[in-house]
Design a protein around this ligand. Structure first.
Ligand SMILES: *Cc1c(COP(=O)(O)O)cnc(C)c1O
Length: 358
């Protein structure tokens, strides 16, 4: 099977083997040694000196944690949304009582730093701004560095910047400290080549100041507890030990390769995917200036539906791709993050040529 959805992604053989290991005591020394390494190795990719907390939940739990630990009901929040995951971030903030203003970016486009700054000047002040690094639903990557600089400039020193980097980090660089970002969230099943079930969240000193003021309800996702336990390389409740085995094994390889080389490899595979699809005459949803290197969204030709094409890819070729809900368009998405080779994409191209008679 060729699993080409943008998460969960396939596991390399050594990670698969690690995941199958016998359980250990999550209050014992073996666990603490592993958790300590995972926490330290994650900082290499978050490019931060801040702690990175590993939570047992999917990525969405990490988004929820970032919100409830930095905000209070009634706080004004600017949510920059470019698709369904940006909308999810906004909806979480709303569910906990934040007063959310949405800056809606047309699907396929990236957020414009000038426009975000203008929204803050006109409609602010905001306690927090929510961004998506890589909008998986439209295969668009934001310029987070430029956005963060514009937000800081317009929003002042205490505005908290929360970034959903779930489908980007580990493949597309994000420098939490250099870009002054307060919370960065990612998920184990995307670029990290690990099973689903872990969310990783960094939290800055500014975010911790916001935590002291924050009154949104929290218990399982209280990062204050995570911080207390992290000091002895443990978690407040029983963690997903199997997923941690996998993440530990994949991070070991990833740290050896380094964030820059991994980003370059994803630039190449992203480009390979786009060129392959364009060469068969398909068009892409995303603005070429903001193509994602972890996922590509292609428009299907007149007369084809995503549902039919996905069903044929699966039943005739064993290839699993995804669709996307963009009104009026039929789109398929191909994931190319983590454990992926050009040959995996060649199979997709060959199958699509047959199915679409291109
Ligand atoms: C996958 C994804 C999520 C949701 O993650 P889950 O692990 O399914 O909860 C959120 N944001 C983005 C950008 C994603 O790609």
């Amino acid at each position: 099977m060729n699993l080409r959805v943008p998460g969960p992604t396939p596991l390399p053989p050594e990670v698969l083997a690690a995941v199958g290991q016998q359980m250990i005591n999550h209050r014992g020394p073996e666990f603490e040694a592993m958790f300590g390494e995972v926490s330290a190795w994650l900082k290499v990719f978050f490019e931060t000196e801040n702690d990175v907390y590993v939570l047992t939940s999917s990525g969405t739990g990490g988004m929820e944690a970032a919100i409830v630990n930095s905000l209070s009901p009634g706080d004004r929040v600017l949510a920059v949304t470019m698709g369904s995951f940006g909308e999810r971030f906004a909806a979480i903030a709303e569910a906990y009582g934040a007063a959310v203003t949405r800056l809606m970016v047309p699907m396929g486009k990236a957020a414009d730093p000038e426009q975000v700054a203008a929204a803050i000047r006109k409609q602010g002040p905001f306690a927090a701004v929510l961004l998506t690094q890589n909008e998986t639903s439209t295969a668009v990557t934001n310029d987070v560095e430029a956005l963060a600089a514009a937000i800081r400039e317009a929003g002042g020193d205490e505005v908290v910047i929360l970034v959903d980097a779930i489908s980007g980090l580990g493949a597309i660089r994000l420098q939490a400290d250099a870009w002054d970002i307060d919370a960065v969230i990612t998920g184990s099943q995307k670029a990290w080549m690990a099973p689903p079930g872990l969310a990783m969240v960094s939290f800055s000193p500014r975010a911790w100041r916001a935590y002291e003021r924050s009154r949104m309800p929290k218990f399982y996702f209280d990062l204050g507890d995570a911080r207390k336990y992290a000091r002895r390389n443990q978690t407040p409740a029983t963690p997903n030990v199997a997923a941690l085995y996998g993440l530990h094994r994949s991070l070991k390889e990833m740290v050896a390769e380094g964030p820059e080389a991994i980003a370059e490899r994803h630039r190449r595979i992203g480009d390979y995917c786009r060129q392959g699809l364009l060469a068969m005459g398909l068009t892409l949803l995303a603005d070429p200036a903001h193509y994602s290197n972890t996922v590509t969204a292609a428009n299907l030709p007149e007369g084809s539906t995503a549902a039919e094409v996905l069903a044929e890819l699966r039943s005739r070729y064993g290839i699993i791709c995804a669709s996307s809900k963009v009104p009026g368009l039929e789109i398929i998405r191909i994931g190319h993050m983590g454990y992926v080779r050009e040959a995996d994409l060649d199979e997709v191209f060959a199958a699509l040529r047959e199915i679409l008679a291109l």
